[in-house]
Each structure stands twice: as C-alpha cells, then as structure tokens.
Write a protein that binds this ligand. Structure first.
Ligand code: G16
Length: 540
C-alpha cells in the first residue's frame, strides 16, 4: 500500500490512541461501549468497512449508534451489500483488528496480509455509506471512521442523521440499482407511504384508524416520523412525544424501557389515546401498549407482531389460494413468551424456529422460508419474502383465470411487502404494517391482545465481574459455564409449574440478562430473583 495511506493512518493513530488494556468484541450488534472509549475503534472499523467494500465490490454501510443504550454510550456496526448485518466470518477480522495496538507496522502488516488473503488490491474501488443517530458523540466518531476508510481510497456517502433501518435500506437500494427502491431518504419515505396508502385504498371496508401516540425515546425516530406524518395524515393521525426537545435519549422511555420494566414511559398523556407505541433510540424496535378499561397497562411486544403479521399473511394467502404453495415460518429467541410459541405452533399451525439473540441470527434463519417472520420479544424484527414468493404473487395478480377476490388478495400481499423493510427490523415500517393490518382486520389493541394470554415473565439485568464467564448453548436456553449454574437453575425452575428461566451475557451492555416465566407474576418475579442470586454467587 502507498506511503500516503500509511501516513494518514499513522496520523489517526496518534490523534486517537487506544487506551491501555481496553478489550472490545464485536457483539450482538457491533461494537458498543461508552462513547469516550470508542474513537480508536472507529479507525479499525473504518479500515474494515473499506476492505469489505473492496471484497464485495459493492457499497457497505457503517451505522454509528448504540440504539437502546443510554446517551453516554455509542457503537458501530457494519452493513453488508444486501442491507443485512455484516457476515459473521468478518466479525473475526473486526475482533482481530480491535485487538491490535497502535503500532503502525503491526497494523499495516495485518492489513496487507488480509488483502493478500482476500485477493484485493489497495486501489480497488470502495464505497462506504455512513449514518448516525442523535447522540452528541456521533459526528466525531463518524468523522474518524470516514478518515480511516478514506485512507484506503474509499468514497464516502455521508447520510448524516438517519435511523439504523434507513441506512440498511439505502445500502440495499444503492447496490441493486434501485430495484428495491430509491436509496435516498425521500425514496424510503415514498416507498413506505405509497405502499401504505395503496393497501388501504385497494381494500374495501377498512376500519377507520384511531390516532396513535408515539413515544420516540427522544431519538432520531421522532425527526423521521415527523416527515411522514403529513403524508399519512389522510389515513392516520400520529402524535409524537419524547421527541428530544426536553428529555434524554432512552431515559425512562423508549421500547427497551417499556418492555423491560413492563410499564408506561414518562412523557405521554396516558388518558388521551386508545393506542400507544414506543420505538427505541435508533428506531429499529417497536412495542405497542394501551391502558385497559381498568386503567391497567397492557403490552404488545415483538411476539405479538409475529402473531399479527403471520395471521394477516395466512388469511391473504388463503384468499389468494396460494397458501399451500408457500413455506411460512416464524423465528423467535429464548425470550419469546412460551404462550406465543404455543399459539403460533398449535393454533396457527405455523412452524417456529428458535435461534440465539441478535437480529443477525434471526435474519439468517428466516431465509429458509418463502415468508420468514422474525421478531425478538423486545420488538426488533421484520419479514423476509423469497423471490419465488414474489414471482408467484405477481403471476397471481396477472392471471385472468383467477377470481377478483384471489387477485385482490395477491395485490394486497404485494402492497404489504412494500411496506416492510426486508433488510432489518424497522420500527417505522413495522408501525405502518401494524396499523394497516388493524384497519383491514377490524382489530383494536384489546382484540389483538386477546388472541392469547402471555405467561407472566420477568427480565433482570445483573452486574457481574466478568460477563464472559457465562457461556450458553441450545440457542442460549442452557448454560455450560460456570460449572453448576445450569444445575442450580434447573433445580429452581423445577419448583414452579410451567416455570422456565435462562441467563445469558448481553452482547450490547456490560451485564448478564436473567429471564424467568411462570404461571403468576409473583412466581415469575421470585424465580428471576432466585436465579439472579445464583448468578451473582457463581460469578463472584
Ligand atoms: C440489539 C440487537 C438485538 C438484541 C439487542 C439486545 O438491539 O440488534 O437483536 O436483541 O441488541 O442484545 P443483548 O441482549 O445481547 O444486549 P438494539 O436495538 O440495541 O440494536
């Protein structure tokens, strides 16, 4: 590689030195840590983004966000050319680079070895699309990443403030020459809003949509939803709260807070609306909730979206007489409420697969189906539709031998597909998809909730000395380290009828997560607390 590239890199290493003793791994959603400990990491990830782009001969994305984490954190993750998460084999290179100290010779040798191994030339073209959330630390981190990528002769597309799913969408569109949509923000809004409008207009007897109050977690989603509000006003009134003008990012609000603590966020007028939802700091998660007639808080989480979306698509596939030709499946993680899995498998007769936490795992598994519906209980998810399914839908729409009803149903599926952001979980797209289904199926939140009863559950965060001491297997449902932890959990669980519990280290926060469910809330809370004590004891 050229001397100039080496000099540019050296300047960055001197400007943003790696703190002594720091260790960071590419986790559930990239590197995440306190923002002030991240600048050195941005150099390495900028280099990796450039290399990935050169290898794939396509644009890749770099999103700077710590999503649901508190304001003082930040993070970065790479997006592959099809808009999906970085190929997991490349997480190894990310970790290798992360382990290297600031010695320019060592770093340079590693880059050259990688280039030889991957058969790339330093001057091969590279394009990296960058975007960031509203955190104060984001612009600086973005600028470091940009300079590092540029040192390896990379063209930067700087989208500045965007939601995470918008960047995933933009990368996909850019690489497929606009087949999936136009890569700009205007293209994203236009695709979603047009599909939403088309689906409502083509459907007879839709139910009028009640106004929706959105808790935007004081994050980027507020700004982006505000753009769409006007366009959608003819169909739905969207009111945005926690829009960042007063509170702090994800502080006592947002999807993670509402799901974790199973309570309403601050900053919303709770008596005024029949429907509420919360998104998270980078708008990739969505949770609905409402106050029932006894003013009790009622939550509709990611499991509920799987049920709603699978029900709607099954109905429409049946109407289009396509159901028997289509392989539909739901992907969950260990956090899925046992009742939801039971309902999907036994009542809806749709197969369910369980994979480890992290959209990257769910997305991968969803590719096994024509319609792969994946949601984590925390509200992060989407649907993937196979090319084969899309062709069948098109043929059905154009087939003059089919009845009007069949062709309408096929058309409705096509419009619905265009609302969904297939690249990654997208709170805005999922919100529109939810609203449209509620309108078409004449459901309110109460009716949606009453499809099945959740088992009471509790989730806890436990601070431990070293969270990597906990190792899991079987899609994170069982522990293999430390010794005896699983035996202890099994013994505790056996005391609770329908009890279930597991622990796993978080890949985004420096904590261990405990999950427990049982037949009553008191029991779920007690089981979670007992498991917490065992975790604390065995990780001392
Ligand atoms: C990220 C991932 C999600 C994951 C969540 C929590 O969400 O994208 O798939 O469920 O972290 O992960 P962990 O339990 O390992 O901390 P987000 O919304 O923070 O990007």
């Amino acid at each position: 590689m050229t001397l100039i590239a080496k000099e540019k890199l050296l300047a960055l290493l001197l400007e943003y030195p790696k703190p002594a003793g720091i260790v960071m791994g590419y986790g559930t959603a990239g590197f995440r840590a306190r923002a002030d400990t991240l600048p050195w990491q941005m150099i390495r990830i900028g280099l990796l983004a450039a290399m990935r782009s050169k290898v794939k001969q396509a644009c890749v994305g770099a999103m700077i966000t710590a999503s649901h984490n508190p304001e003082q954190d930040n993070g970065v993750k790479l997006i592959d050319p099809y808009g999906e998460m970085l190929d997991q084999t490349w997480e190894v290179y990310a970790n290798n680079l992360s382990m290297l100290d600031d010695d320019i010779h060592v770093l340079w040798d590693y880059l050259e070895t990688l280039m030889t191994q991957l058969n790339i030339q330093p001057h091969d073209e590279a394009i990296v699309a960058i975007a960031y959330d509203t955190r104060q630390s984001s612009p600086l981190l973005a600028s470091i990443l940009k300079r590092a990528a540029q040192a390896l002769y990379t063209t930067i597309m700087d989208f500045e403030l965007m939601t995470t799913p918008q960047l995933h969408y933009a990368v996909r569109c850019y690489n497929d020459d606009g087949q999936y949509g136009h890569y700009t923000e205007a293209g994203y809004f236009d695709k979603l809003c047009t599909a939403f409008q088309n689906l409502l207009e083509m459907t007879p007897n839709t139910q009028r949509l009640e106004p929706l109050a959105v808790d935007a977690a004081n994050g980027i989603g507020a700004m982006k939803l505000a753009y769409m509000r006007q366009t959608l006003a003819k169909f739905i009134q969207i009111e945005i709260f926690n829009d960042g003008t007063r509170g702090h990012l994800n502080d006592k609000c947002g999807a993670d807070y509402v799901k974790l603590y199973q309570k309403t966020p601050e900053g919303l007028p709770l008596a005024s609306y029949t429907k509420y939802c919360s998104i998270d700091g980078d708008a990739d998660r969505l949770i609905y909730f409402f106050m029932d007639k006894n003013q009790q808080f009622r939550l509709l989480d990611g499991d509920r979206f799987s049920v709603l979306f699978a029900s709607f698509l099954s109905i429409k596939l049946n109407e289009a007489k396509l159901f028997d030709d289509v392989k539909i499946g739901v992907i969950q993680t260990a956090y899925a409420n046992g009742s939801s899995t039971n309902y999907i498998v036994n009542t809806m007769k749709v197969p369910v697969a369980c994979v480890p936490t992290g959209v990257k795992h769910l997305h991968h598994k969803a590719l096994d189906y024509d319609i792969g519906i994946y949601f984590e209980a925390n509200g992060h998810g989407t649907i993937i539709f196979s090319d084969d399914l899309k062709s069948k839908i098109k043929l059905a729409i154009d087939d003059p031998n089919r009845t009007m009803e069949e062709r309408l149903a096929a058309n409705q599926i096509r419009a619905f597909i265009n609302i969904i952001n297939e690249t990654v979980g997208d709170a805005i797209a999922d919100l529109l998809a939810t609203e449209v289904i509620l309108s078409i199926l004449h459901l309110n939140l109460d009716g949606w909730l009453n499809l099945y009863d959740d088992l009471p559950q509790r989730q806890l965060k436990v601070a431990v000395r070293d969270r990597t001491m906990i190792q899991t297997t079987d899609a994170e449902r069982r522990c293999i380290a430390p010794a005896h932890l699983q035996d202890c959990i099994d013994e505790l669980v056996s005391k609770y009828p329908s009890g279930r519990a597991f622990v796993r280290p978080s890949g985004t926060e420096d904590i261990v997560r405990v999950y427990a469910e049982a037949t009553t809330q008191v029991e779920a809370d007690k089981l979670a607390d007992e498991v917490r004590k065992v975790v604390e004891e065995l990780t001392k």
